[in-house]
Ligand binder design. Structure first.
Ligand code: ADP
Ligand code: G6P
Length: 350
């Protein structure tokens, strides 16, 4: 093989609306690569970058065209494609993938202005997370693995209320209004990207409680593309079959409304996928080993690694349901994908 063509950096794209759990997801994923996130480069507290030994997560908000004042002039939301600098995004992601370092701007989420740039070194795994990683075809094609975090409107609303009402003192009306104002651009420019993802994590209201509007109990689906190289979808019991399973009983404690798993084939924008689903939540995190022992192709390095990771991060949101479980599972799948693609082993402590 040609040395100059050697793969330096594996690029992972993660698309989602803001406030949908991307940072939590990234903290789970980074730990699967054996690294605890370090403080940002240069000690800049306003940096949006998450650094650890092997991985660097950059936030695509840093490629906004205008700052907050500028958007007031343009009259466009931060979700609009014309409010992003895709040329710069492409150039810098390409440079990092080619092993070069870049000086990347920082969009300061507190002040709403662009701060002085930070130097980003080319990492082994680069994650680009944000609103538009798959909109520009050049950037999309740089992504070796693509993930879409798909939070349904009902759940997004419940999470926003929880955060903005309880923690930031906003009114119900103002939260509703801000969600409605963003929705047309979200539907036009962010949502369509889910067609391009290799894995989609969908978060929906539970079906275990009829008419539930609480958004506390979640039905989470991990939609996995079939036929992608270096990626074998995880499955329940028997690959390719269709299975509905209620694991509650002697080995798994379930209080109301219980827990239900599903696995089966489906299609996604005309492509074959297989779906793993978990509706409900677990009472005792250590009993997750019982579920894990029925899952195959988890890409774990030792028996119980998935459960161990979940226990390690038990204080993260979503640790008692499918969001935490599938985010961790995607982390394991990406670690294996990296190892197979690059031919290197990621060392982890058992
Ligand atoms: P982002 O990085 O996309 O803005 P965060 O990871 O900071 O999102 O999460 C934003 C908020 O959403 C959290 O403070 C929490 O209230 C809520 N949240 C995120 N993930 C979950 C989850 N899996 N379950 C419940 N709430 C969650
Ligand atoms: C989105 C973007 C952020 C932006 C926010 C508010 O969530 O991800 O980068 O700061 O919208 O945008 P605004 O125009 O109100 O500052």
């Amino acid at each position: 093989s040609n040395f100059s063509q050697a793969l330096n950096t594996v690029v992972v794209g993660l698309a989602a609306d803001s406030g949908c759990g991307k940072s939590t997801f990234m903290r789970r994923m980074t730990q699967v690569f054996g690294g605890d996130p370090a403080p940002p480069a240069g000690g800049n507290p306003d940096s949006n970058t998450l650094l650890s030994d092997m991985t660097t997560v950059i936030c695509l908000d840093d490629y906004h065209l205008n700052d907050r004042e500028g958007r007031k002039v343009s009259g466009k939301t931060a979700l609009h494609v014309e409010e992003q600098e895709f040329d710069l995004m492409y150039e810098q992601v390409k440079a990092l993938k080619d092993g070069k370092s870049v000086d990347k701007r920082i969009y300061n989420h507190v002040t709403g202005v662009m701060d002085a740039p930070e130097k980003i070194e080319s990492p082994e795994i680069l994650v680009i997370e944000g609103l538009h990683p798959f909109v520009d075809k050049r950037v999309r094609d740089l992504c070796d693995f693509s993930i879409y975090l798909d939070i349904s409107d009902e759940i997004k609303f419940a999470w926003k209320i929880q955060r903005d009402m309880a923690e930031r003192g906003h009114s119900l009306e103002s939260i509703k209004a801000s969600i409605e104002a963003r929705k047309p651009d979200f539907d036009a420019y962010v949502d369509p990207q889910k067609e391009f993802a290799d894995v989609i994590i969908q978060v929906l209201p539970t079906q275990l409680i009829p008419g539930d509007t609480d958004g506390k109990v979640l039905r989470v689906r991990m939609i996995q593309k079939e036929g992608k190289e270096m990626f074998d979808p995880s499955y329940l019991f028997d690959e390719g079959s269709t299975i509905s399973w209620i694991p509650c009983g002697r080995k798994l404690t379930c209080s109301y409304p219980g827990l239900k798993m599903f696995y089966g084939p489906d299609t996604w924008y005309g492509q074959d996928v297989s779906v793993l689903e978990l509706d409900g939540q677990f009472d005792k995190l250590e009993e997750l080993i019982y579920l894990e022992s029925h899952l195959s192709n988890t890409s774990s390095k030792f028996y119980g690694e998935l459960t161990q990771q979940m226990l390690k991060n038990s204080d993260f949101p979503g640790s008692n349901n499918g969001t935490g479980l599938f985010q961790t599972l995607v982390g394991l799948k990406i670690r294996e994908f990296y190892e197979l693609l690059v031919g290197k082993e990621v060392k982890v402590a058992a």
